[in-house]
Write a protein that binds this ligand. Structure first.
Ligand code: 5GP
Length: 191
């Protein structure tokens, strides 16, 4: 078991509805030493890739992405969630259905921060059905930029996102892949 998996077993809480709460070390209080080890591991897994920018989505991706970025020596751009509709022109826009909140957000990135010269590593905290990643990939492609890889902290392998993203041919590196989890017993099994 790696350090993230150990921490999930120790402090993660399995909720009804296939939700894993990781508030005490990722989503609310953040364990920066753990983030640092995750960043080092992504750096190792994406060795040799030409990455000049990290893209994530607010809010929970930002902390992880910023610590990871120190290992890559690149800036972080985060997609903003927005309800405003009149943004065409200066912004790349994608629609993302939120797994945890069951609402649709527009996510936006200013065109000045992403263009065809960019080689992007996408980072996020969770992968469930893959909607957030699809939105981020769409934004990178709208910019004419290249997705060099995708780093995820926790992939719920029993949901469809991981398979879909790998089938599209992306290098997807999830640091913990949960095969099953049980809200009644709290048991978590990794793949
Ligand atoms: P997807 O778009 O892949 O269905 O879901 C990914 C997004 O939903 C992530 O950005 C994350 O914020 C949130 N998410 C999905 N599943 C979980 C979960 O089990 N626990 C937490 N805390 N967030 C989740």
């Amino acid at each position: 078991m790696n350090c993230l998996e150990k921490r999930i077993v120790k402090d993660g809480i399995v909720k009804e509805g296939n939700v894993l709460k990781v508030d005490s070390f990722i989503n609310h209080q953040m364990d920066i030493e753990l983030f640092n080890e995750m960043g080092a591991e992504w750096k190792r897994r994406f060795e040799g890739k030409n990455i000049n920018k990290i893209l994530t989505i607010e809010a929970s991706g930002i902390g992880i992405a910023c610590v990871a970025a120190q290992h890559f020596g690149v800036p972080v751009v985060f997609a903003k969630k927005s309800k405003s509709i009149n943004l065409e022109g200066e912004m790349y826009v994608a629609e993302v259905v939120s797994f945890t909140h069951k609402i649709t957000n527009q996510v936006i990135v200013a065109k000045k921060f992403l263009d065809e010269n960019d080689h992007v590593l996408i980072i996020d905290d969770f992968l469930a059905n893959g909607c957030a990643l699809q939105g981020l990939i769409q934004i990178v492609h709208s910019a004419g930029a290249t997705v060099e890889g995708i780093g995820i902290a926790v992939e719920k392998g029993f949901q469809s996102g991981g398979r879909m993203i790998r089938n599209l041919g992306f290098q997807l590196e999830s640091l913990a892949i949960i095969e099953s989890m049980d809200a009644s017993t709290g048991e978590i099994v990794f793949g």
